[in-house]
Design a protein around this ligand. Structure first.
Ligand SMILES: NC(=O)C1=CN([C@@H]2O[C@H](COP(=O)(O)OP(=O)(O)OC[C@H]3O[C@@H](n4cnc5c(N)ncnc54)[C@H](O)[C@@H]3O)[C@@H](O)[C@H]2O)[C@H](O)CC1
Ligand SMILES: [K+]
Length: 244
């Protein structure tokens, strides 16, 4: 167990900007690949296929920003790991052509992508006997409550099933204020939280008996972590995630 270290939403976005700025020069694509991969690796740790013989479906709910992009990448890696991911992507991002490319890759990997218009509703894919977990890749550190539609209704549906089907939250549990935690309705309570780069203040509100907490997104050198006031996380070997 490592002592919890957090950075505010303001610092989280500053870290992102610096990593992707002209001096350091990461691309969004590089960071998102590692972020999504670390979420898939967490799912493999928490819900290994060998221990869940009759379940292999993972429903990934994808939001309109970069948190959603992490979900699209995660879906591709889960497919490679032998899971059966299904993606629900109600509002497709047009921010950069990169999102379209991630969708093309999922089609290439034969991962189903559900849309709003479909006659079979996304909730029909939530089956406790089949669904191992739901990945909440709806909103990350840029979410500002109150939640707008269609995501308010989606989060309310997720809340209804969260005691039967575990939710794995990417970076921030959707509906939670990044700094204040679960102060607004609707919100979900995840079974697993994967904080990316460094936990945000809302992670202080998770209850360890209910929610396993991982850090992932292993892409910063030690001196950079120290500059932002947190100690580097002691990842083991080639692991992309660390259970806190
Ligand atoms: N360094 C890292 O750790 C990396 C993190 N990544 C992930 O990126 C997100 C942050 O992404 P960003 O695009 O800034 O924001 P969000 O995905 O949180 O959402 C923006 C999106 O949401 C809309 N929105 C905001 N508030 C609301 C609301 N109340 N109702 C409806 N819609 C809302 C807004 O309009 C935008 O469209 C971070 O958390 C990580 O998951 C990257 O992968 C890079 C590496
Ligand atoms: K999320």
């Amino acid at each position: 167990m490592t002592a919890l270290k957090v950075v505010s939403s303001k610092f989280a976005s500053e870290i992102d900007q610096e990593l992707m700025g002209s001096k350091v020069g990461f691309t969004l694509q590089q960071l998102m690949e590692l972020a999504g991969f670390s979420v898939a690796q967490t799912i493999q740790r928490e819900y290994p296929l060998e221990q869940n013989k009759n379940k292999n479906e993972v429903l990934i709910i994808v939001g309109p920003g970069n948190n959603g992009g992490d979900g699209l990448v995660c879906a591709r890696h889960l497919k490679l790991f032998g899971y059966n991911p299904i993606v629900y992507y109600p509002i497709r991002s047009k921010r950069t052509p990169f999102y379209g490319q991630l969708v093309n890759q999922l089609e290439f990997f034969q991962v189903p992508i559900l849309t709003e218009e479909q006659s079979t509703k996304w909730v029909d894919y939530l089956k406790p006997e089949k669904t191992l977990c739901i990945v909440d890749a709806i909103f990350g550190f840029s979410f500002k409550p109150p939640i707008r539609e269609p995501f308010g209704s989606i989060v309310a549906e997720m809340h209804k099933v969260e005691d039967k089907i575990p939710i794995v939250a990417v970076d921030i549990p959707t509906g939670w204020d990044v700094d204040e935690g679960p102060v607004a309705e609707p919100h979900t309570t995840p079974r697993v939280l994967v904080s990316l780069t460094v936990p945000k203040p809302c992670s202080k509100f998770i209850k360890p008996e209910r929610t396993a907490h991982y850090v992932g997104g292993r892409f910063i050198p030690n001196h950079f972590a120290e500059k932002y006031g947190f100690e580097p996380f002691p990842y083991q070997g080639t692991d992309q995630v660390l259970k806190l």
